[in-house]
Write a protein that binds this ligand. Structure first.
Ligand code: COA
Length: 326
């Protein structure tokens, strides 16, 4: 069985916020943000919700795939910013789409989430019992940012991306997902974190609601990314029976242009193979890779038969890569 991506979609909030806009509400500048990250703007949810963005991206992906919602067997949403604790984002999207035959659940692997969800969906489809899956990455990160912490909040944005996967009979062409690799290291989790509510009830010493926001040791995350991403890409490419030279496009998690440049250098590959959209989107965690994939797909940048690497990294720490033939 070949597991192919047969449709993609994405959605961004209407409100575009430039670095210059941010410089009016905090002590920062376009020069500082752009020179250190490559980010010029990001889209922030004002009226939109994670569910709304995820549903919009999913509808576009289904339309492109020419798949009806009832045909979906599996929906997996990767997110750290679902609108509710309960029900999960996937069930909210299932309901909004009318995908009544799908099993739906969420997955949290932070910025690597889409890669982890893609792998789980692939395994559902591989044995032939499930035929069609919808994999979503969706975030409204702006609600978990500390807007007083200029070193972190300027990096992130909101949005959603989605892909429809189909189990197809093998054609001998060798298309679809060839390999997936993931890794985790919980012992380094402190460098990028956002706490949940503490245990608090009438029997604990304190009984209060406290909100926590994202905190990050940027330099440690940077070091982790530039070391780990080339390694996981090499591993996934080798598992696919290919060499990095044979890969046409590397679609990396959009955290920082300098990280992407460093990965390209370590892989000895030209930057032309590494498309970016972080200039306009910032870092959208689990949504970043599927939004970039959709951008490239819809602009005709990926052609049938081309070899693509998708790679993510982030909190956990977690990392993952997939190799596919379009
Ligand atoms: N505007 C202006 N100045 C800022 C600023 C901002 N938004 N944020 C921080 N600064 C200041 C700091 O206070 C510091 O000032 P000081 O030297 O007077 O103390 C100075 O800029 C340098 O900060 P530093 O943290 O050393 O910068 P850096 O070169 O390491 O870049 C990051 C910071 C966050 C851009 C960089 O570490 C990075 O991109 N890390 C990876 C983060 C990431 O990708 N996370 C997501 C992974 S999923």
């Amino acid at each position: 069985m070949e597991i192919r991506i047969i449709g993609t979609g994405s959605a961004l909030p209407a409100r575009r916020v430039t670095n210059e806009d941010l410089s009016h509400i905090m002590d920062t500048s376009d020069e500082w943000i752009k020179s250190r990250t490559g980010i010029r703007a990001r889209h922030l949810a004002v009226e939109e919700t994670t569910t709304g963005l995820a549903t919009e991206a999913a509808k576009k992906a289904l339309h492109q795939a020419d798949v009806q919602p009832e045909e979906l067997d599996v929906i997996i949403a990767a997110t750290v910013t679902a609108d509710k604790f309960l029900p999960n984002l996937s069930c909210e999207v299932q309901s909004a789409l009318g995908a009544k035959n799908a099993v739906a659940f969420d997955l949290n692997a932070a910025c690597s989430g889409f890669l982890f969800a893609l792998d789980v969906a692939r395994r559902y489809l591989e044995d032939g019992t499930h035929k069609k899956a919808l994999v979503i990455g969706a975030e409204t990160l702006s609600k978990i940012m500390d807007w007083q912490d200029r070193s972190t909040c300027v990096l992130f944005g909101d949005g959603a991306g989605a892909a429809v996967l189909s189990a197809c009979e093998e054609t001998g062409e060798k298309r679809g997902i060839l390999s997936t690799v993931q890794g985790s290291d919980g012992s380094r989790g402190e460098v990028l974190r956002c706490d949940n509510r503490p245990v608090s009830n009438p029997y604990t010493a304190k009984y209060e609601n406290t909100l926590s926001y994202v905190s990050m040791n940027g330099q440690e995350v940077y070091k982790f990314a530039v070391k780990t991403v080339p390694e996981v890409i090499k591993e996934a490419v080798a598992a696919a029976g290919l060499t990095v030279e044979e890969i046409d496009h590397f679609l990396l998690h959009q955290a920082n242009y300098r990280i992407i440049e460093s990965v390209a250098k370590r892989l000895h590959q030209p930057m032309e193979k590494f498309p970016t959209n972080l200039e306009e989107c910032g870092n959208i965690s689990a949504a970043s890779v599927p939004i970039l994939l959709d951008n490239e797909n819809n602009h005709g940048m990926i052609k049938k038969g081309e070899k693509i690497v998708l790679a993510g990294f982030g909190a956990g720490l977690t990392w993952g890569a997939a190799v596919l033939v379009w």
